[in-house]
Design a protein around this ligand. Sequence first.
Ligand code: ADP
Ligand code: MG
Length: 262
Amino acid sequence: MNDKVKRNRPTDETADTTPIVRMERVNKHFGELHVMRDIDLSVAPGEVVVIIGASGSGKSTLIRCVNGLEPFQSGRIEVDGNTLSPNGASGKSLQAVRTEVGMVFQQFNLFPHLSIRDNVTLAPRKVRGWTRQQADDTARRLLERVGIIDQADKFPGQLSGGQQQRVALARALAMEPRLMLFDEPTSALDPEMIGEVLDAMRELANDGMTMMIVTHEMGFAREVADRVVFVHNGQIVEQGPPAALFDTPQHDRTQAFLSRVL
Ligand code: ADP
Ligand code: MG
């Protein structure tokens, strides 16, 4: 809990507390399947929200909607002042959202033919127009931050899964995102590599990054989340501070889920 006290986040009354993410009555269908049901969810600047729920409950779909990877059919999603509209009618704001939101997936999705350094610098050079020098300086700083500066000249295939995932994190951070999304970032890792990725995420949270994280790592959620959101069957069933949600869940569904995973 001490981590949260130290966290560098806007808490005084002059800070801007306008939500970075505002989802209002969002509904999404895959054909007949209603996978998001009236989702209302706001995330404040610097807040760390962990989303939990059974497989197939709609967690990935929810966060993929936030950076415009999935269209939705009704409601609205606002990300740092850019509005995503239903049915893909978002125009320019979709591009704005994609450049402002970083995402780390279960699969690392690094470019196999590019060095670690170039994996990190490609997007800022192409999208932000940074010079090589600017991008390389940023890559050095970020690779140091995630503890793999010594691997900068290697290729993804030469790194362990935990190292590759930390590169994926550095690559997302290189775009200077306002919000970071994580979809089960440690689920594809060997157990001994989970800790190093969670450590990097914890550090990012302590630095004040706004984060939405789907994970099955309940210990991590308890420690790092400001709020835990339990999703069942496309609905937010219950949410609250981790201690309350984990220790005294109010809803039967939450109790049943936690009794299986804790
Ligand atoms: P979770 O991440 O919680 O496991 P998902 O968001 O991946 O859940 O999936 C929610 C539901 O939507 C599941 O029933 C899944 O099978 C379905 N689904 C996900 N993606 C697609 C898709 N592209 N087409 C059709 N159904 C999908
Ligand atoms: Mg998923």
